[in-house]
Ligand binder design. Structure first.
Ligand code: PMV
Length: 351
């Protein structure tokens, strides 16, 4: 455990006004994917996954306890949260209150900097920031491992955004439920040799998802004949990925990243009925990535629960890669990201 990653209590609740805390977190992109839960209540994954936390598109969240309020008040980018987004945030606050032994409601204000409608998930940065801010506001003194477990309960991938750089999320125990299983599943940083990586993000379609990742995972695990073979090969991919990161071998990291993602999408394509997130524009960008490689530029693609493509490359090649994918997806937008920091408190803690 890294002592600097411990979060601290906000000032005691009996000193002055209600407790409040503000935290920031960044999205992460999985190089070895999380796809499939073994416990939907606890957000326990079927497989280990590994990601890179980005240095762009932070989410900043402020949680202030509201002793007089009867309900939680939640805003997202200044507007009241509604529907599923509101339900998930309130369920998360309930979990924090239960742990803290407190019943006070909260005011939660979240600012997401992911361009509106960019089609990039903000749940990882969102729940990582909420975990850090809510834990601090409710006076829970959690270390980074415990924060990662907590963030996991909001969105599985959020467990990884607690950490900066490369992080592995352990699936933990493969059987059983309850406390033991919960404790066994958390993320931690992975040391990588000097890779100087960049992820070039090609937003090809800003529309809403046809199928939520939750539903798509469930359907894949339940019906896809390719799911178990992919899950087994993903464990091998992780071992290979760890070795490639240790060696600082960007080509190997990229090859493993691309095959793991294409395999994940294959599991979905074989689900019944099929889940297909990849669009014609996705394939055009994939062709441009192949062409880059033919031209001698190490560039490797990965896609999540949507049509957008993230291209792993060397930082020094990022502009060239961005130009190539921009040409392939003229209607979209292209962003260059590097490795970013883990979730942290901005205010309201530090004791
Ligand atoms: O956003 P979540 O926690 O429902 O899961 C998303 C899963 C993928 O983005 C497709 C893969 C991953 O590991 O992030």
């Amino acid at each position: 455990m890294h002592s600097e990653q411990r979060t601290a209590l906000v000032r005691p609740r009996d000193e002055g006004g209600p407790a409040a805390a503000t935290a920031v977190a960044h999205p992460n992109i999985a190089l070895i994917k999380y796809w499939g839960k073994r416990d939907e209540q606890l957000f326990l994954p079927r497989t280990d996954s590994l990601s890179l936390t980005l240095d762009i598109f932070p989410t900043t969240t402020r949680v202030r306890l509201a002793p007089e309020a009867e309900q939680d008040a939640v805003t997202l980018n200044g507007s009241p949260a509604t529907g599923e987004a509101r339900r998930r945030i309130i369920a998360f606050l309930e979990l924090v209150r239960e742990r803290a032994g407190l019943s006070q409601r909260a005011v939660v204000d979240t600012e997401n900097t992911v361009p509106t409608g960019a089609g990039l998930a903000s749940s990882a940065s969102g729940f990582a920031a909420l975990a850090v801010a809510a834990a601090a506001a409710y006076g829970l003194d959690l270390d980074a491992t415990a924060l990662s477990r907590l963030a996991r309960r909001g969105s599985g991938s959020a467990s990884r955004s607690v950490f900066g750089g490369f992080a592995v999320w352990h699936a933990g125990r493969r059987t059983g439920t309850g406390t033991e299983a919960d404790l066994s599943s958390y993320a931690e940083p992975v040391h990588a040799a000097d890779l100087d990586p960049a992820l070039v993000i090609a937003v090809v379609n800003a529309g809403p998802k046809a199928v939520s990742s939750r539903e798509a995972m469930r359907r894949t695990v339940d019906t896809s004949p390719l799911y178990e073979p992919w899950a087994a090969s993903s464990e091998d991919d992780l071992a290979d990925m760890r070795a490639a990161l240790r060696r600082g071998d960007l080509e190997a990291v990229g090859e493993i990243t691309e095959r793991n993602a294409l395999g994940m999408h294959a599991t979905m394509l074989a689900a019944r009925p099929a889940v297909r997130y990849l669009s014609p524009a996705t394939l055009t960008v994939l062709d441009s990535v192949l062409q880059l490689r033919r031209d001698g530029v190490p560039a490797y693609a990965t896609m999540d629960a949507g049509p957008n493509v993230k291209v792993l490359c060397r930082r020094a090649d990022a502009e060239r890669v961005a130009e190539a994918v921009r040409g392939a997806a003229p209607g979209g937008s292209v962003h260059i990201a590097g490795p970013g920091q883990g979730a942290r408190l901005l205010s309201g803690g530090g004791r």
